[in-house]
Design a protein around this ligand. Sequence first.
Ligand code: AGP
Length: 615
Amino acid sequence: MCGIVGYLGPKGAYDILIQGLKRLEYRGYDSAGVAIVDGDGKLHVHKSRGKVANLEQVANAGCTAGSLGIAHTRWATHGEPNDVNAHPHVSQSGMIALVHNGTIENYAVLKKVLKDHGYEFKSETDTEVLVQLIEYIKLTSSCSLPEAVRQALLQVEGAYAIAVVEQNDPDTMIVARKSSPLVIGVGEDEVFIASDATPFVGYTDKVIYLQDNEIGVIRRNQPLQLISLHNNEPSAISIQKLQLSLAQLEKGGYDTFMLKEIFEQPSTLRDCLRGRIVDDCTRVVLSGVELNKERFMNAERITLVACGTSWHAALIGKRLIQDFCQIPVEVEYASEFRYGNPVLNNKDIVISISQSGETADTLAAIQLAREKGAFVYGICNVVGASIPRNTDSGTYIHVGPEIGVASTKAFTGQVTVLTLLALSIGQLRGTVDKETLHNILSALDKMPEIIKEALNVDPEVKKLSRVFSYAHNFLYLGRGYNYPTALEGALKLKEISYIHAEGYPAAEMKHGPIALIDHEMPSVIIAPSDSLYDKIISNVQQVKSRGGAVVAIVSRGNTAMTDIADFCIEIPEVPECLTPIVASIPLQLLAYYIAVNKGKNVDQPRNLAKSVTVE
Ligand code: AGP
């Protein structure tokens, strides 16, 4: 949800910023812009609607001269995605330029005050208000830029990660954050800033995660200074080592990041499982549970909060925890939970699930849960993101950077960690028997190979995808563990192909959606050999008798569906609770190829962003 990047050092800033923006483009691609302060102190600002590639067309040579700059890639919130609303925004005098990720909630009030003082606004954005406010404070109080930024931020309500530069000062950049992420990369004689660490990879592995309400004052050839927003006192600097490689940020020979990420799943699941299944598959070790045994022993209820794909993983998590831990579980959309006046106490555990660790609704939900006394556990992919830093404990899924906007490897990683978590709590509470534990852990241990085998359906699914060029609607049906898999399959299709797709519990279909079925409405049925297999067969027959085409995802060797469904895609057989992980593979591929056949940009689908840091 908007990406910001900045550079101060001996090199030309422009190329570094453009490369950084390209790595951050997953956060939004409605517009892009750059502001460079050249060696003579002249400010050059260029911005353009659309992707970073468009910006490159309009930026001129002046930009390449400076070694201080800030840049932005936008996911529009306030104002339509056009050149004027693109960042950087510049103050009335043209002296100060600012990029911002977040939302200034009280911008209308501040704008009115500034207008009363004669300020005029070019854009419809909340961000322009902030840069004008900084200038107004600087001019009226004759203070330094860092102090003007600090005083302005004290008046701001909302979320922000900002970077600010000033004409006539090619040696200073100011950054600050509250609720939106900001990372500082520290090189030998250069400093990088960005919404995440990907723009620094290849330059430095030393990073500082700026804390909420902290301001960073970055000056050429001087030590970095961090100060507290509220008391203007210096804060301690903690430098961490970044574990990211360039190869993880490249397509590695695939046409798209999404396809790469689908095919990476054997290795990402290996990384996710590493060191967590021990003693010949008889025991699971999750340090987050081991360190908080009492909390898990005494838990009376678990609530899972998440958004989108992570919410689908949470639905599977509910079933896993109920089956193996016998604890009541609720699943909530984070956006509903945060305003739903949840009743929680210190016997409650709230588990948040988030790939990015930056989703605003999920972050707000866990903050509320903590205020109400619940123990908050985070399941996250991005190391050091806001959600893991705001939870009591947690587990990383360790699937590496997910760059395609449509989540694939993060989903299978989340379900894998939820399985380990449920088994770990069950092991602790004595609610899972040794044989079940061993069977599931043995199968999980083999999951990388099983997924590799599942990926062999790729050519078959690619061919099948062409059959559905006629379809404007799809129904995805599943039961039990695979009802959430159906929801996830439908979400994948709609977000990258823009085809309407509805996920539904297969047996509920007869209560309404069956009215939609005709020869133009294909159904995808997730029907591995599980405890509800016979039941789902009759649901499929109901679809077939209304003329709808059926694609069934079935366990290898199970032929009962062959005569009923139009197309069967086989997946390796695994214990029932692991079927969502394996069944997701053909669903990801089907959505992928249907979208590619339609010529869509699968990595950057319209209107979406990878990291949703606004409400
Ligand atoms: C997944 O394909 C989506 N792009 C989206 O639903 C995503 O899962 C959701 O925004 C939550 O993100 P998070 O996991 O980073 O919190």
